[in-house]
Structure formats: structure tokens, C-alpha cells
Design a protein around this ligand. Sequence first.
Ligand code: ADP
Ligand code: MG
Length: 697
Amino acid sequence: MHVAEITQPVTDLPGVGPTRSEDLARIGITTIGDLLLHVPREYEDRVTPVPLAGAEPNRPVNTVAQVVAHSYIGSGPKRTLRVHVRDETGTGVLVCFGRNFLARSLPEGRTVRIYGVFTHRYGELQATAFEFEDAAASSVRFGAILPVYPLAGRLSQNDLRKATAAAVNRYGRNVTQELPDVLVERRGLLPTAQALEAVHLPSSLDQPRRGLKTLVYLELFFLQLAIGIRSAERHRSSRPARSLPRGLADRLAGSLPFALTTDQQIVVGEIVTDLEAEVPMARLLQGDVGSGKTIVALLSALMVIEAGQQVALMAPTELLARQHGDATARLFAAAGLDVSVALLSGTVPGSTRKPLIQAIASGAVDLVIGTHAVFTPDVAFRNLQYVIIDEQHRFGVLQRAALLRKARQPDVLLMTATPIPRTLALTVFGDMKVSSIRETPPGRKPVETHLARHGNEAKVYEFVRRELVAGRQAYFVYPRIDDTGALALRDAESMWQTLRDKVYPQFAVGLVHSRVTDEEKRRTMEQFRRGELDVIVATSVVEVGVDVPNATCMVVEHAERFGLSALHQLRGRVGRGTHQSYCFLVYAQELTDAARERLKVMHGTTDGFEIAEEDLRIRGPGDIAGTQQAGYLRLRIAVLARDMGTMNDARTDAFDILEADPFLAEPAHAPLARSLDAARAMNRHTPFSYSETEESP
Ligand code: ADP
Ligand code: MG
């Protein structure tokens, strides 16, 4: 039985009412199963005695001491209470900032249990953060190993400790083990019920380690099982091998104003081999911004089209879909190809949409380009065979699945300019083959990156002016659309006015962001592309795919607020032509450690593969929001940077089982199959899901 099968709501637990359950929901916890899989980030050891003399900055004191005196710093209502305590080894002071009322519960002469971090300051041992209990009373929060959980909203550690303890005692203890005994033994795991107890209610500090290892293993094992089954399904639906016609593709290749790079040629070859094979393709194409993935996709698409089948290309934004539509139409026209391309846009009125949809259904359209929003249920294909998903990381699994369902067993090409770190490639994409374009088209110079502090941006503006005078174009990107007043941040709307009226009055400055209508966005980008606008002010909507070779400057203000992959994408908007390009990352004064590291990485390298690895490293463990933001997957417990060994074990074990029983059909594997279903259901609404096509009939 999998923990995911505990689907009772958290409100079934004592002490969890509407307020707490709302806060829990914010960190993805709605069921008791979710709660049991919310693991502590660390533990407080309130068992091992550490006397005052043993105090060190990273070693909290856990002792029994007597209150010997009170004193105050300052005077009047703002004065601060100091409680002097002594144990057998020494003396210390509890500094009660804002908590003078503690004088009553810490009277002179009383013996108390104390837990807190003491540091040497002003010749004495002081603690400002501490907990205590009357030593005469029976202990509630001492004499135990206390878990420390990631929190949200108004939740306190005590709320989570109580709720989780109840969940373990009432539900967790009944969880039976679904893993075959041999695996539990071979990998040194605990039965699941024991693992939950070890993690949430440990009685010694070394217990959680094995419990946690078990939960990590389980998570990764079921992930790998799902991947293995998905792959088995693809293999089962094999078709006769075939040889695809090359006529159209050769004509397009011959009409291009450039020669394909070696990497592009190799990748086209890899894709065609898959398209011709018996097993439908599942391939991930990664290549840095500007490496020329689109043409690779189009060349392969033409072979399928020439064989009489339909192809769909899905882009993450309307802007990008249009750009693909326009570029494709231009390229096909230049090559004199008689291929019917339809741009299924969100702004197409119903009267135009209807005939388009009919043409797609009848097979009159060969290639359909659009965003996920336009591949609605009413869009049916006559014989869709090949699905290409551009900037795949911008889509949720369900969005991808919606398009994939329109074909029976489509060939799938996922494209991404955010390379998947090696460690991640084994996870969600564990059953996909990977193609990489590592070289950029010849003649491109690497973008020069400069960091500038907020306050020094005048120099940046001046530099950009010289580029504008020389006939180049520039992007200015801001984290917000307009001034919300909440944060002192520059925003696109007000900076658009400033840049237009004060900084560059002699140049044409445009504005795009997600609240501008699609029509206007398209018009503005088109003007920029034609050079009628010199400067575009934007939010990160220009992050993906926009291609204007004459733009040489990318200025990102409040760069500290952008993630590494977003910064990398933004920088990729420039350096797409033959001119030297520049990226200016303007940051605010106070940087968090992670933000400083991100900027350092951006300054140090332009290699997208390296940036992806660094991104994973900087995010580090426990960054819930960050992991979700990464969009690939949301593992609850496992941290890939830490748990690679376990991942490999889990993969080996899962694939061993599937080799003998590819669909878990044997009675002995019924508990595994049930658990897998539960795990899939549990993750259905998270950005990460175990199955690409889980909702297909
Ligand atoms: P991305 O991989 O970021 O999607 P694109 O496919 O948009 O990159 O290509 C970026 C630009 O490079 C386009 O203008 C495209 O026409 C051009 N391009 C692609 N391949 C080559 C090549 N081999 N030589 C020169 N230019 C190329
Ligand atoms: Mg692209």
C-alpha cells in the first residue's frame, strides 16, 4: 500500500481546521498522504544533553538550568529583559527582546529545561532564540528529537508536529509494504510504516536517515516504474519500419541562405532514423538559443508530410507561434514548396477558425502551428503522426498530453533551449532519446555580459545609445508590468515612458507585456523586427524564441529577480546576427547569496549546458518554489543533486521488474500496480506527473 492511497483530507486530523488546511494547501498538502510525505528539513536534538559550557554557534544548548537573576538593558517601556541562568558547567543570559512578559514564567530560583543557540558576545554567553519549560512539569517539547518542517502561511512548527504525529499514529502505522522483500533487503530500506515513523517521530538522531532514504527510494522507484511502463507502451504500439521520402526536405535545405551546421545535420539524421523505425519516436532536442532547432524540426516534418501524414507544432506563446508561422511560410515559399500550413491562432475569429478546423480534419492542412490554447477538443486531425513541441519546458504535462492525445501513437519531438541537466534527463525524460546541438551557426560572436549596479545604469544607457546610433536595436526587460506599489521595483510601463521621453527621445521605443492584447503585441514585435522600433521595453514575454538578428543589446533591470534559465533565455535574444552583442544585468543593491551566484554564473559562461547544471546546484535541496518553477518536475522528497545513487538503484530495480513483467500484470505485482496508480493520481495536479498520456482512454 502506497502512502498516496491515504487520500483522506487533512481536516480529518485533530487540530486541523479551515485555516490550517488552507495554509497546508498552499504547500501542496491536501490529503493525509501528502502530509506524511512532507518531510522535515532538519531535526532538533532535545535528548542529548549539551551544557552551557558546550555551547557553539552551530550546536544548540540542551540543558537544565536555574534562573539566578533578572536585569534589563535600557529603561522605560522599551527596556529589554535579561534572564541570567546557570547550570552545572557555567552561566548564560537569555535576552528577551520584545518578550519582557517572560519574567513571570522565568522567576528567580526556578529550574527550567532550556533549548537554544548560545553565542559568546560582550564577554558572556547569550541566547536570543530559545525555548524553555518548567523542569518540575512533565515534558512536552523536551526529551525528544523534534522534526523541523518547511512552513507556509501562519503555520507553526507545533501545528505541523501535532498534525503529522497524529497522521503517523492513526494512518501511517497501517501502511503495508508494497515493495518485494528482496528489494527492501538489498537496498537496506525500512518497511514503509517504520520509515514514516523514523522520519516524523524519531527517537534518536540517526533514525531519520534510513527512513528518509526509504521514502526517497520509493518516490524514485515509482517514478522509474512509470517511465518504464510508458516506454513499454510505446514499444508495444510498433508499426512497420518505413523509408521516408526526402524530396521536399532536400528542396528546402537547398533553398536556405545558409548551410546546416554539422550538429544540425547529425540531429536531422537521428530524428529521421526514429521516424522511420518501428517504435514511435520519443526524442528530446536540446540546443542553445539560436542554435537553429526550428529548421531541423521543419526538415523532419517535411518528410512526414511528403509521406502523406500531418504534423503539429506547438509553441508556448501566441507571439512565438506567429513567428514560427511567418518564418515557415517564408521558407516554404522561397523553396517553392506546395505544403499547406495553418496557423491556428487564439486571435483568429470564429468565422475563420471554422473552415480551418474543417481543413485540418479533412487532411487538407499538412502542418498546424499553434499554442496549447488552440489545440482544443474540437480540433481533430485526419492523420496526425508527428508532434513537435517547442520550448517544451514551458508546458505542463497535461498541456502536452492534450495535444498528444490527438494522435494514436505519435512521433514526439520535444525541443528545449533550457538544456536538461544530466541528472534530470534520467528522470522525467528517462525513456527519451536525447539529441543535442552544441555548436551555434558560424559567424556568431559570444554575447559580452556586463554586470551593473542599480545607480550606475546611466553608463549602460549611454552604451546602448551608441549602439542605437550605429543602427542596432535593444531590449529592456523588467520584472513587473506596472507599479504595484508593494515593492520598490522598476516596472515596464513606467520605464517605457522614461526611456521614450527622457533617455532616448530621438528613438522609437515600444512596449510589450502579457497584458497588451495579442494583436498589439504582434504588431509591436513586427515593427521591432522590421526596424521601425529601435527599443523594445518588455517583461519576460520576450524570453522565448523571439528572433531579431539586428538587436544587439539586452538590458535586464532587477536581474536579481530572474531565475538562471530565464536570464539565459533573455540573453539569447541577442547575438543572433553577425554584430557583436551585449547583455547588461543591472541588479539592486542587496543581493541574496543565490542571486549573487546566479549573476556570477551568467557573467562567467554562455554555455547553456553549464548554466543548466549550475541552476540545479544553486537551487539546492529544499527549494520548493524553485523546483516547481523549474517546470520539469516536482519531486516531493528526493533531491536529485543529493540522491543520484538512490535514483540509479531505483531505476535498476524498477527496470528489472518490468523486464520480466512489462505491464505489472502478474498477480505478485498487483500491489505495485495499485501503488503506481495511487502515486500517479497523487501527482496529477502538480507540474510533474508520472505519465504523459495518463488521461488517454
Ligand atoms: P532556436 O534553436 O533558438 O530555436 P532558431 O531555429 O530560431 O534557433 O534559429 C535562429 C536563427 O538562426 C534563425 O534566424 C535561423 O534561420 C538561423 N539559422 C539556423 N541554422 C543556421 C545555420 N546553420 N547557419 C546560419 N543561420 C542559421
Ligand atoms: Mg526556437
